[in-house]
Design a protein around this ligand. Sequence first.
Ligand SMILES: Cc1ncc(COP(=O)(O)O)c(C=O)c1O
Length: 458
Amino acid sequence: MKFDELSLEEAPIIKETIPGSKSKKILDLQEKIEGKPVSYPKGSPIAFAQGFGATIKDVDGNIFIDFFGGAGVLALGHCNPYIAEKVNEIQKNITHTLDFPTEIRLELVQKLQNVLPGDLKNNSKIVFGGPTGSDAVESAIKLSKTLTKRHGIIAFEGAYHGMTSGALALTSGKSWKKNYLPLIPEVHFIPFAYLYRCPFKTKIAEECANACADYYEHILEDPHSGVVDPAMTIIEPIQGEGGSFVPHKSFVKRIAEISNKYEIPIVFDEIQAGFCRTGKFFSSEYSGASPHIMTLSKALGGGYPLSAIAYRQDLDVWSKAAHIGTFRGNVTAMAAGSASIDFMLENNLASYVNELGNYLLKKLEKCEKDSSIVGEVRGKGLMLGIEIVENKESKKPSSELCSNIRDEMFQRGVIIEIGGHYNNVLRFLPPLIITKKLAESGIDICIESIEKIETELN
Ligand SMILES: Cc1ncc(COP(=O)(O)O)c(C=O)c1O
C-alpha cells in the first residue's frame, strides 16, 4: 500500500488561531458536561472532525500532523481503509461474543502467536480480558501470583503500566497515585537504565545498564534488602511514558537472566512499544530476551479497544474464569487486529519504521547539538523523545519550556504530547504509516519551535 495515499500530505494547514471558533464551542460544552479527569484537550485544545492516516482535520478545517497517534494506538493511522474494510465486513455479521470462539478470534490468536518473539513464538497461550492495557497488567499480576503463590512485585522507576489499582501500583508517577494509597502492597521500584540521569552517576550506557541490573540482583540476593521474593518483575523493554528510554542492549537480557536465576516470572510490557513501534515487531527483540508473560494492547486491536496477555504454554496453571470481563475480547477489534498484523507483515512495517526513525533521530541529534535547552534526544523507530532542560550544564528539567514548545508546535499544526519523569520530554509517537515527507515537516516544525522558545529566553 502507498502510505502517501493514507494521509493529507499537504498538512499542516492552519487557517486561524487555534482553537478555532467551532472547536472552542465544543471544548466548552465538553468541559461543562464531562468530568475533570479529561486531560488531553487541556494541552492540545481542538475538537477532531476527521482523521486521515497521520493527519487530523479539526472542526474548523485546520489540518494537523499527528505526532500523538492516539497515544500509540493508531499504528496504522486514522481510518486506514485496509482495516476499515475488514471492520465493515465483520460488523455486518456479528457484534459481541464474550469468549465464545469465532473464526476471526482464533485467526487473531494464531497470527499473534506466530509473530511473538523468542520462547513465546508459537509456544504461547493467549488470554483476552477487558479492553485496556491496564487490564492486561492486572491479568499478568494474577497469573504470576497463581504461579508463584507469592505477592510482591518489582517494577522500574519511570514505569507506566496503567491506572487500575494493581496497574497503578506498578506505575511510578507519584502524582497519579498519591491520593489513592494504599494500593496493592509490597511493590518495589528499582532504577531503569536512564543514562542521562543515571542514579549511579555512570556516564556510559553499558555501565548504567550494569549498575541497574547489579542493583536488581543485589536486592534479590541480600537477605537484608527488605524485599521478600516477589511474584513477578515487570519491565517495559523500551520505556515509553517515562521518557522514551532505550537502555543498552545488555540491560533487559540481564534483568531476564537474573529473574530466571531467582525463579521470578518476568513480564515484558509491550503495550506501547509492541507492534513495530520501535522498528522491530516487539521492542524486546533488541535484547534477545524472552519473558514468561507479555502484556499487549494499544495497536493490538488495529485502532479498536483490545488487550491480552501472552505467556509460555507451560505456565497455563490458572483455572476457568480466573480472569474475565464482559468485554473479554471484542470481535470488531479482533477483525481489525488480525488485519493489522497482515498489514504490518505485508508492508514490512518494522523495517520501514526503523529506517525512518533512524533518519529522524539524526536530524534531532543535530538539534540536540545546536540547542542549549535540548538535554538529550533518544528513542527507537517512531518512539522518540526530546528531553528539555533549562540548560545543558545544570540539566535542570524544564516542564515549562517543554509545554511552551508543545504549544508552539500546536499553533503551527503539529500535535505532540509530553511525558518523562519531570514532564519535560516531548514524545514523538506518530502513526507508523506516516510518510517521510510528513514526518520531516513535523520534525522541522518541532526544531523551529524549540529555536523560537530558546530565542525568547535570551
Ligand atoms: C507501557 C504501558 N503499559 C500499560 C499502559 C496502560 O494502558 P491503558 O491506558 O490502555 O490502560 C500504557 C498506557 O499508556 C502503557 O504505555
